[in-house]
Design a protein around this ligand. Sequence first.
Ligand code: GLV
Ligand code: MN
Ligand code: MN
Length: 393
Amino acid sequence: MSLLDDIADVGVDRRRGGYSRHGFDSAELELRSWFIASAEARGLDVETDRNGVLWAWWGTPGDGAIVTGSHLDSVPGGGAFDGPLGVTAALEAVDLLRARGFQPRKPLAIAVFPEEEGGRFGVACLGSRLMTGALSPDKALALTDPQGITLAEAVRSAGLDPLRFGRDPVALARIGAFVELHVEQGRGLTVPVGVASSILAHGRWRFTFAGEGNHAGATLMGDRRDPMLPAAALVAAARRAASAVPGARATVGRIVPTPGGTNVIASTVDVWLDARADDTPRTRSVVEAVSSAAAEAAREEGCTVSITEESYGDTVVFDATLRDDLASHLGGVPALPTGAGHDAGILAAHVPTAMLFVRNPTGVSHAPEEYATPEDCAAGAVALANVLEHLSR
Ligand code: GLV
Ligand code: MN
Ligand code: MN
C-alpha cells in the first residue's frame, strides 16, 4: 500500500474531478498536518521555516544536508501524483533506509514547499522563489487569490507570520544537494525511473482587456466594445505563435470576464498566458507575437489592453555531474528534459540539484487522469532511497 492512499480523500474536487489543493487552503493545511504527523511518527524532527516550507530532519539540522521533497498543492482539478508523489516517496525512502539499518553521515531532510503550482496566488514555486529571493516578500504577500484574500492574510490564518517571509540564506545554505522525485509529465520514459536534464524557460502573463460593459440584448452589434473579442483573438494567436517556434508551447487555461453574466457584455476580461520554449529569446518571441496580436485586436474593438508579467524563469540545466552520478548509480537510467516547472528548478540556480522522474504511461498531467503504476511508484521510492544513501554516506 502506498502512502498516497493515506491522502486520497483530501482535497477531492467533486465539480472538476481530481484534486484542488492550494497553498494554505484547508486541503493543503490538512496535508501539511498529515505530513508533520507522518514525519514525526518516523522520528523525524519537523520545523516550519520563515516562508512556510516544512522541513523534516533525520539527524541534526545543519549545512551540507541532503534534501529531498516536493509539494502537496495541486493545480485546480489536478492529479494525485504531481507533488504528493515526491513527498510520499521521500517518507517511504526513509522507511527503506531505516529497514536497511542505514545511518546517514550527513543530515538528511524532507522539504515540502507551499504553493508550487501557483493555483491560488498565481505565482508558481512560491515557497522556493521566496526562499531564494527570486520573488520579493512585498510582492508575494500582496498577491491575492480569486476571493481577494492576500497571501499575507492566508499565511496569518495558517498561523505563520508574514513579516518573517523573504529570502532565507540560512535555509538555503543548509542544502548540500536537493533531489526532487516527481511523476514524469510526458511520455518520455519507457523504464520506471529516469533523471531530469533540463526545464524549459517559462512564464505567466496576465492580459487585462477593458471595453464597455453593456446589455447583451439591447446593444447593437456595431455599438459594442466587447473585451471578449480581443481575448478570443489572443487564444488563437497563442496557438499560432507557439506553433511557429520549434519546441515552444503557449496556453490560455484561464479567462475571467467581469462581471461574468450570460446576458452581459463584459467590461473587462483577464486572460492568463502560459508560454514556454527552449530558451529566453524563443519564449520572449512567442510572448511578443501574442502581445502584438492582442493589442491589434483590442484596437479593432475599441478596447484597451494592459499586460503584466506575473512570473518568469529562464531555462534550467540541472547539474551535469550530479545528474550523471545519480543516473549511473541507478544503473544507467535515462536523462530527459521536461516542459514542467518545479521547485527543483528554482533551487538549481543556488545548490546542486537533481530530479528523479517516475514513468507516466499516458503522459497526462495537471488533470485527474494523471497516473503512475504502483510498481513504478515503488521503484521510484527505492531509487530515491538508493540516491539518498549514496549522497549522504
Ligand atoms: C507546474 O507544474 C508547471 O509546470 O506549471
Ligand atoms: Mn505541476
Ligand atoms: Mn509538481
